[in-house]
Design a protein around this ligand. Structure first.
Ligand SMILES: [Zn+2]
Length: 331
């Protein structure tokens, strides 16, 4: 955050933001124009075991290389947007020991990158960034109230309310994946029991199938050493009863959760991304139909449920979109 005296001008089509995606396994970078086009998209392994200093040095090298591959100079950038797994403070740009970046402690990521690159930097929770990406440049363009979910290893989420990005007090708000669904239920990665994520994440889908097999259930999945959510989806499509039951239970529970969120937010649109949602209609159709039935009227009748559009560049585009949002709103 080299400069917090934000201008509030709306970005022009030739404004560029560098989007950086800091993940536990890979770092990604891309130059994103104000109309959402991505240039010089680059990915490199994080090497998280090397610790924060080395990873940030690697990130800054990737940033410089990507900007020059796009035929630009750092001075041509309006801002740098970084998305990173939380917890973090999006106002100060400090990352607080994320679970997928061991040994990071309290790292002033925005300050360190801004000092190295000489460009103003904003850091955003990865689920919030993905939400803003879909809102500005993906499935949610032009929508005033939307919810976004990424259903993959975990269940991340974010919200746009009244045409504004919802961040909560420090940028970690909108964690709908940790809504309590089952009292004293399954243990969640967050340490609580019974969260939506503990049932509907890809990891949880695979674990629930494995548990049914271990309890004596018959399934074609029993032959596999490692089961993942894609295996469960495939087996369910092929008519495997155990896989089908797990899938049905997942879509029922996810739909019940969405019905609650629809009642709270009355969104026009819910966007679903991540590996589980990429199974397409197998996930989307039952979730959409059931959620609309369970939700109150008229909210349940007006809400649309669509698949996310940004796919593998979601992190980079989302990070850039969130930075554009900061430039535009001055928030
Ligand atoms: Zn949880």
């Amino acid at each position: 955050m080299s400069d917090r005296q934000n201008s509030t001008e709306v970005p022009a089509a030739d404004d560029f933001v560098l989007g950086l995606d800091v993940g536990g396994t890979k770092l990604a970078a891309g130059v994103v124009s104000a109309d959402g086009r991505v240039q010089a998209f680059t990915v490199t392994p994080t090497g998280a075991g090397d610790g924060p200093e080395q990873v940030i040095a690697r990130l800054c090298r990737l940033a410089r290389d990507t900007v020059s591959s796009a035929g630009l100079r750092l001075a041509d950038l309006t801002a740098v947007g970084i998305c990173c797994c939380g917890p973090l403070d999006s106002r100060s740009g400090v990352v607080h020991d994320p679970p997928n970046l061991l040994g990071w402690g309290d790292v002033p990521l925005a300050d360190l990158v801004a000092a190295e690159l000489g460009v103003r930097v904003w850091v955003e929770n990865d689920a919030t960034a993905a939400t803003v990406g879909e809102w500005r440049f993906g499935a949610g363009r032009g929508i005033r109230d939307l919810l976004y979910f990424t259903v993959s290893t975990g269940v991340g989420s974010g919200a746009v309310i009244d045409g504004r990005v919802f961040r909560g007090g420090r940028g970690n708000g909108g964690e709908l994946g940790h809504t309590l669904m089952v009292a004293d239920g399954r243990l969640c990665g967050c340490g609580a029991r019974g969260c939506l994520e503990a049932y509907a994440s890809g990891t949880a889908i695979a674990a629930r199938a494995r548990e049914r097999i271990d309890d004596g259930g018959h399934s074609t999945l029993a032959a596999l050493t490692d089961i993942n959510a894609a295996d469960v989806a495939r087996a369910a499509r092929a008519g495997d009863a155990l896989a089908h039951a797990v899938w049905r239970e997942t879509t029922d529970l996810f739909a019940a959760a969405l019905a609650g969120f629809i009642n709270v937010f009355e969104p026009q649109l819910i966007v679903l991304g991540g590996g589980v949602a990429r199974t397409g209609d197998q996930f989307l159709v039952p979730v959409r139909e059931r959620a609309r039935v369970l939700a109150m009227r008229p909210a349940g009748e007006i809400v649309e449920v669509r698949q996310a559009q940004l796919a593998e560049k979601a992190g980079v585009v989302g990070a850039a979109a969130a930075a554009f949002d900061r430039v535009t709103t001055g928030e």
